[in-house]
Write a protein that binds this ligand. Structure first.
Ligand SMILES: Cc1cc2nc3c(=O)[nH]c(=O)nc-3n(C[C@H](O)[C@H](O)[C@H](O)COP(=O)(O)O)c2cc1C
Ligand SMILES: [Mn+2]
Length: 453
C-alpha cells in the first residue's frame, strides 16, 4: 500500500470517482475556497475531495475537503466505516515503529534561507474577520528537547512574514509541553510542519493519549507498514518522506506575537491572542507539490478529529467500565457514553474516566445501553426521563480545558460537568418502557390492513 497522499487519491478516484472534484477555473484563496466547500455541502449535499488546479497568487494547486466523509476515511484505514473505532484501537494497542530512509520525494525541491517565501504559498483566508491567511493542514513533528519522545499534532499557523508564522499550541498539550522545556533551557524548539499526507497519517497525528505514546507508530499501524521518515535538511527532526511539503522550522524561545482573530473549530471567531513565533528555515516539497487546506470547523476538520478522540475515550472508559457499549463526541468538548451498567456507580466512574482521558472534554452524558448515543433525540429523552439534576450532575471546578472555549473564565480554565442519565437504581428495576405485546408485533402484518398497498 502506498503511504503518500497521491496513492490514496488514486484509490478514491478508482473506488469513488464521483467524490473527486477537480476545479480548473481560477479561485481566490481569500474566502472562496471555504465558500465553495461549504456551499457544495449545504446546497447540494456533496462533500467530495476538491482539487483547485488554479489558485490566484500561487503556482501551487490546493487540495481540500479530503477527510469530509467517514467512508473515505475508512478506505484510508482499509476497513468498513463502522469498524473504524476498533481499527483505531488496535493501532493504538499494536503500534508499528517508523523507519528512517535517506532519499525522499519531499526533498525534490529544497528552498533555504532567503529562498523561503511563505507568500508564494496559497494565502488562504477562511472566514470573515480572520486576521489573515492561515495554514490549517500542517502536522507538527517534534522531539522532546530533553528525551527521545516524539510527538505529532495539527497546529494551525498564521502567516506573519516571508519566513515567520505564529502557532497555536493548546495550553497543556504535548507540543506546548515540549516548548515549555525548550524555552526554560533558552533553546529554540525544532520542528517539521508537514503538509499533504495520506489520511492514515492525519488520523494518527490526532491520537490522544500519554505524551509517551508515539503518534508516528500509530500512523504505521494504521498504514499497515512502518511510516517512512527522512531527516530534515536543516535539523535532526524526522518527517514523512512521502509528504507533499515540509516547513522546516523552529519555535523561537521567549518570543510572542499577536495572532487572530480566527474562526475556530468551536464555531466562534475568537479575538487576538499572544502566541509563539515560528521561524521557517527551509521549505521542501515535491516538484509538482499540492498544498493542502482544511476548512476549519466543517466536516473535513470535525470527522478527522472525532475518530481518534472516540477511540481514546472508548479505551479509557473500558479500562474503568468493561461493559461500555459506545462513545460519541457529538460537539466540541462533549462526550456521550452508553454502558451496560452492572453495578451502581459505574456511570460516575465512566464520567471520571472521560475527564481523565481528554483535556478538551467538558460535558459528559452517560446513558444505559438501550439508548443509541448516535441519536441525539434518544440522549435527550434519557436526560429528561432518567435524570434528577440535583442528584445526578457532578461538577468539577477549576480544571483545565480548551483554551478556545469562549465561555471559560480565562484561557482554558474551566469547570466541567458529568451527567448520569442512566436509570436508577438500575435499568432492570426501573419503571418499564412501554411496548406492544411481542406476539402482536410478530403476528400483525401491515398489508393485511392496507389492501392494495
Ligand atoms: C485541522 C485541525 C487543526 C488543529 N489545530 C490545532 C491548533 O492550532 N493547536 C492545537 O493545539 N491543536 C490543534 N488541533 C488539535 C490537535 O491536533 C489535537 O488535539 C492533537 O491530538 C494534540 O496532540 P497531542 O495529544 O499529542 O498533544 C487541530 C486539529 C485539527 C484536526
Ligand atoms: Mn501526543
Amino acid at each position: 500500500m502506498g503511504q503518500d497522499l497521491r496513492s490514496y487519491l488514486d484509490t478514491v478516484k478508482r473506488r469513488k470517482s464521483d467524490e473527486f472534484q477537480v476545479v480548473s477555473r481560477a479561485i481566490d484563496p481569500a474566502y472562496e475556497i471555504t465558500a465553495f466547500v461549504v456551499k457544495l455541502e449545504k446546497e447540494r449535499r456533496q462533500r467530495p475531495v476538491v482539487l483547485f488546479e488554479s489558485v490566484k497568487g500561487t503556482k501551487f494547486p490546493v487540495l481540500t475537503n479530503l477527510h469530509a466523509s467517514r467512508s473515505r476515511l475508512a478506505i484510508a484505514l482499509s476497513c468498513a466505516p463502522d469498524a473504524m473505532l476498533q481499527t483505531y484501537l488496535r493501532a493504538m494497542e499494536r503500534p508499528v515503529a517508523p523507519r528512517v530512509i535517506t532519499r525522499a520525494p519531499v526533498h525534490e525541491v529544497v528552498l533555504r534561507g532567503a529562498e523561503v517565501d511563505l507568500y508564494a504559498l496559497p494565502q488562504i483566508v477562511h472566514h470573515q474577520g480572520d486576521a489573515g491567511p492561515y495554514i490549517t493542514a500542517a502536522i507538527s513533528f517534534a522531539k522532546d528537547p530533553a528525551a527521545e519522545t516524539w510527538n505529532c499534532a495539527y497546529n494551525r499557523l498564521m502567516i506573519q512574514s516571508r519566513d515567520t508564522t505564529s502557532i497555536h499550541l493548546t495550553l497543556g498539550k504535548h507540543l506546548w509541553e515540549f516548548q515549555q522545556i525548550a524555552e526554560q533551557r533558552g533553546e529554540a524548539l525544532q520542528l517539521g510542519l508537514v503538509i499533504g499526507v495520506h489520511p492514515a497519517i492525519a488520523l494518527g497525528a490526532l491520537a490522544i493519549g500519554s505524551i509517551d505514546e508515539d503518534e508516528r507508530a500509530i500512523m504505521g499501524a494504521l498504514l499497515g507498514e512502518p511510516l517512512e521518515l527522512v531527516k530534515c535538511q536543516t535539523s535532526d527532526v524526522l518527517v514523512p518522506a512521502h509528504a507533499e511539503m515540509v516547513l522546516e522550522c523552529e519555535i523561537l524561545p521567549g518570543k510572542r506575537t499577536a495572532e487572530g482573530p480566527f474562526g475556530e473549530f468551536t464555531g466562534y471567531s475568537l479575538g487576538e491572542r499572544q502566541r509563539e513565533v515560528v521561524k521557517v528555515k527551509a521549505i521542501t516539497h515535491r516538484r509538482d507539490a499540492m498544498f493542502q487546506d482544511i476548512t476549519v470547523a466543517h466536516l473535513d476538520h470535525m470527522l478527522l478529529s472525532t475518530i481518534p478522540m472516540e477511540a481514546n475515550l472508548y479505551r479509557a472508559v473500558r479500562a474503568m467500565v468493561p461493559s461500555v457499549r459506545a462513545v460519541r463526541v457529538p460537539a466540541p468538548f462533549t462526550c456521550y457514553v452508553s454502558i451496560e451498567q452492572r453495578l451502581v456507580g459505574q456511570a460516575k466512574n465512566a464520567i471520571m474516566a472521560v475527564f481523565g482521558a481528554d483535556l478538551y472534554m467538558k460535558r459528559v452524558v452517560v446513558v444505559d445501553h438501550d439508548v443509541d448515543v448516535f441519536d441525539d433525540r434518544q440522549v435527550t429523552w434519557a436526560l429528561a426521563t432518567r435524570c434528577q439534576p440535583d442528584r445526578d450532575i457532578a461538577v468539577v471546578t477549576h480544571a483545565r480545558g480548551s483554551d478556545l472555549d469562549p465561555s471559560a473564565k480565562e484561557d482554558g480554565y474551566t469547570a466541567k460537568w458529568g451527567v448520569d442519565a442512566t436509570a436508577k437504581p438500575s435499568l432492570a428495576a426501573y419503571t418499564p418502557r412501554h411496548r406492544v405485546p411481542p406476539e402482536v408485533w410478530e403476528r400483525l402484518r401491515l398489508e393485511d390492513f392496507l389492501p392494495g398497498s
